[in-house]
Design a protein around this ligand. Structure first.
Ligand code: AMP
Length: 116
């Protein structure tokens, strides 16, 4: 559980700052990444702010993690060809900058690309 300021994603979920939201249900939102690293680059974000990274989420709420994967699959079909890379940066040295768990859904023309 984080005791810090609300994350940028919590502020987006609360509509305090704008974002290009492409999906929302009771548990998740998905939005376009502001700095895309692939032709399709979406972020799937649990609304609950309790989990900082994927291993905390996997331990604390595996059903929510499974739901994120299902939504990622659905969004890749809707926004691209259904094939996608799912990336969870976990820790600063791995490139994580927002400590509110989120999945990067990368799709479209990735076969030659580097890992995001
Ligand atoms: P990470 O580096 O894995 O923590 O991912 C954070 C991601 O959030 C980065 O890819 C950023 O480009 C993205 N990001 C940061 N602020 C925003 C925003 N306001 N709207 C959309 N994406 C954002």
């Amino acid at each position: 559980m984080s005791s810090e300021e609300p994350s940028i994603f919590t502020r987006i979920i609360n509509r305090e700052i704008p974002a290009d939201i492409v999906f929302e249900d009771d548990d998740l939102i998905a939005l376009k990444d502001i700095n895309p690293q692939a032709p399709v680059h979406l972020l799937v974000v649990p609304k609950i702010p309790d989990y900082e990274n994927v291993h905390e989420l996997a331990a604390g709420d595996p059903a929510l993690l499974a739901h994120m994967v299902a939504v990622a699959n659905q969004l890749a079909a809707e926004h691209s060809d259904g094939q996608f890379r799912l990336v969870f940066n976990s820790g600063e040295n791995a490139g994580q900058t927002v400590f509110h768990v989120h999945a990067h859904v990368l799709s479209g023309g990735l076969a030659e690309g580097s890992l995001a």
